[in-house]
Design a protein around this ligand. Sequence first.
Ligand code: NAD
Ligand code: TYD
Length: 351
Amino acid sequence: MSQFEKSILITGGAGFIGSHVIRRFVNNYPNYHIVNLDLLTYAGNLENLTDVENKTNYTFVKGDVMDTAFINQLFDKYQFDGVIHLAAESHVDRSITDPLAFLNTNILGTVTLLNAAKDHWKDFSGKMFYHISTDEVYGSLGDEGLFTETTSYDPKSPYSASKASSDHFVRAYGNTYALPYIVSNCSNNYGQNQFPEKLIPLFINNIKTGKPLPVYGDGNYTRDWLYVVDHAIAIDLIYHQGKSGDTYNIGGFNEWKNIDLIKVMCSIMDRKLNQPEGTSEGLITYVKDRPGHDRRYAIDASKINRELGWKPTVTFEEGIEITIDWYLNNSEWLENVTSGEYLKYYQKQYS
Ligand code: NAD
Ligand code: TYD
């Protein structure tokens, strides 16, 4: 008999959002055993989790969500009560150059986990398969309107098509096999530990190192931004209090045109680096647009607010300061993830 009340598999826990979810669950639920399954791709980094790695209710396992035999063994060994599935290929630009990698990890990987859950959970009572997804499945908005939980899916990039497909598979397993599930679709996250290929950490790093800031197209694309810890709080709440079979949209009530956001970041960076106002803006370089670039994403997060009482706790003004400070104070982390040194180290350690 296990000493723990629950055993939970969190996939992709060495990545950006996953590491914040792992930290929250390991610290807040000492009575749960948290198993972090992560392949440690370029985006997964155990340095994100040094503060929890020695906790007795935490276990890291390196492995691939597509590896059926391995996933089955894991379910046998740890007898999971719940799965919180974050492992994915997550960057739109990479999905444009290598769509198959997204099909494999995001669709096949999700179905592999669904099969394991379906086959191992003979009794679905007390079980939950929670899929972490994106608002990008809804497609692109014009100047008006918001994505709600009932907005039709209309994915437009290989990334969003793969996430939409995996969402559909999760719901199909709920419908066909009565697998208990929840899906949440969140807007763009920012914060500590995000790999510097996404807009905010890439631009912080480029300003720091005096490199150009590549603004795609006219820069008037709009995104809703949420501080990552608030997403982790929402995931905790949904896992524990969400209704099985439901979908929850999560957003920051915080829309920005890219160029306006970039200018705010430039101004903060000038202040923090003690350089004349306008220095960072001088690095802005308009470049060729991303193919099929979605114009606007905006989330109506009123359901999770109304039903579960969630709302963001950190304003954008606070969150962006915390984030910039973190990247300025963690040069070694940035150096490691951008140089590939980290990858060499962990690939050797876990091979
Ligand atoms: P990330 O790229 O930072 O991390 C992904 C993690 O998954 C990495 O640790 C990586 O090693 C791991 N991984 C990749 N392939 C794997 C495989 N085959 N087997 C096991 N592990 C594997 O991603 P993120 O930004 O933290 O996003 C996490 C999840 O949240 C994704 O499902 C993403 O679609 C979703 N999401 C992200 C955002 C965002 O703004 N970043 C917004 C909404 C939803
Ligand atoms: P990104 O962080 O890649 O997230 P997503 O595409 O999933 O929304 O990009 C956010 C926005 O910033 C998006 O409109 C594309 C734009 N962008 C740039 O203009 N330049 C860049 O170098 C990057 C990475 C993104």
